[in-house]
Design a protein. Structure first.
Length: 154
């Protein structure tokens, strides 16, 4: 089953892709790799659909859901950039920044929401290396921001 077919089977509609702004782009190709700028669980107008710190306002389960939503936003940008998610041959790497209250040490569990989605959509090619980093603050009090690297043939 292809990535696009898996999305359809999951009943997933990707949100509209965010637009490039100022002097930065949301995705950039370098050889076989598409580098994704930091994405969060953003809705229309780049307004966060989820806000708060993990371990204070949000539970791990809510963080996992926010990470999954962030993954959907990332896939939306990727599809808009390359035209078709079936072109992706591998999810290479992800870095998740988790907005964490003091003492919150479960950032890796939160990032599972993103990683699990990548495997659901891309199968074995969705398994990737990653880092999960707890941070004191994120833009607009988003609970998570993810940078990702995808492989797409030239």
């Amino acid at each position: 089953m292809s990535a696009e077919q898996r999305l359809k089977a999951l009943g997933v509609d990707l949100p509209p892709p965010a637009k490039d702004e100022a002097n930065r782009v949301r995705a950039l190709r370098s050889g076989q790799h598409i580098h994704m700028a930091g994405h969060g669980p953003l809705g229309p107008g780049l307004v966060p659909m989820v806000v708060g710190k993990l371990g204070r306002e949000l539970t791990i389960e809510e963080g996992v859901d926010a990470a999954r939503l962030t993954g959907l936003c990332c896939l939306s940008t990727l599809r808009a950039y390359i035209g078709d998610l079936n072109k992706v041959t591998r999810v290479v790497h992800a870095i998740g920044f988790i907005n964490s209250a003091p003492g919150f040490t479960q950032a890796p569990q939160v990032l599972h929401g993103f990683s699990d989605l990548m495997v659901e959509v891309f199968g074995e090619a969705g398994r990737h290396t990653r880092s999960a980093i707890g941070v004191a603050e994120l833009h607009a009090n988003m609970p998570i921001e993810v940078e990702a690297l995808f492989e797409v043939p030239e």
